[in-house]
Design a protein around this ligand. Structure first.
Ligand code: E4P
Length: 219
């Protein structure tokens, strides 16, 4: 499963990329707003760091507007993936972009039926928002499982990108469901690295190695 970082913070992205932890990046208007920097400049900086898909979101509500935004965004770097919202106009834009050979990420997807329509439009990625579905009292991960099943049944090539990830168990469940990718806030990826038994294990090994050194047996 590919791991993308859901962030527009260039420093965090660099740190995680240096660790070899990420395969791509997703951004959205809220993440861009949090940085207080120029949108295209952020995308250029990310593209210089990460060698993988970088999702950049359009903000028009009509297909024509999305297509003209896409035209500008794809010129920034070959790895830019155009995010369009899962609406009739968004899917119309996704289909037109597919015909032009431009990769898309159909975002704000909350049901398997919306995902099916995105796949039929030729989306490269579809992003079910697991955490936001959970917030409504429904089961976000079940939507991921349903999408994986539907795509498998019909051989759709659209990749399932589990999004709105709130904790490491979401990542585990997405992997068990067979999602192609997951996009996580940096702190979730950082948590995935950690286990208390690894820390206590290191402490014990180092204490024992000190005893080896004291007896001059470390050669
Ligand atoms: C996906 O592409 C979105 O950027 C993201 O996962 C939304 O997550 P949120 O619900 O935590 O804002």
């Amino acid at each position: 499963m590919k791991i993308f970082v859901d962030s527009a913070n260039v420093q965090k992205i660099r740190e995680l990329n240096d660790l070899g932890a990420i395969d791509g990046v997703t951004t959205n208007p809220s993440l861009i707003a949090a940085e207080g920097k120029q949108f295209k400049q952020i995308l250029r900086e990310i593209a210089a760091i990460v060698d993988g898909p970088i999702s950049a979101e359009t903000v028009s509500l009509d297909a024509a507007g999305m297509l003209s935004e896409a035209e500008v965004l794809v010129k920034i770097h070959k790895n830019i993936v155009i995010k369009v919202v899962n609406t009739p106009q968004g899917l119309k834009a996704a289909k037109a972009l597919f015909k032009k050979g431009i990769k898309t990420n159909v975002t704000l997807t909350f049901s398997a039926l919306q995902a099916l329509l995105a796949a039929k439009a030729g989306a490269t990625f579809v992003s079910p928002f697991v955490g936001r579905i959970d917030d409504t009292g429904a089961d976000g991960m079940q939507v991921v499982r349903d999408i994986v099943q539907v795509f498998k049944n019909y051989g759709f090539k659209t990749q399932v990108l589990a999004s709105s990830i709130r904790h490491p168990v979401h990542v585990l469940e997405a992997a068990k469901a067979g999602a192609d990718a997951v996009t996580c806030p940096p702190e979730i990826i950082e948590k995935m690295f950690r286990h208390p038994l690894t820390d206590t294990g290191i402490k014990r090994f180092l204490e024992d190695w000190k005893k080896v050194q004291e007896k001059n047996l470390d050669k």
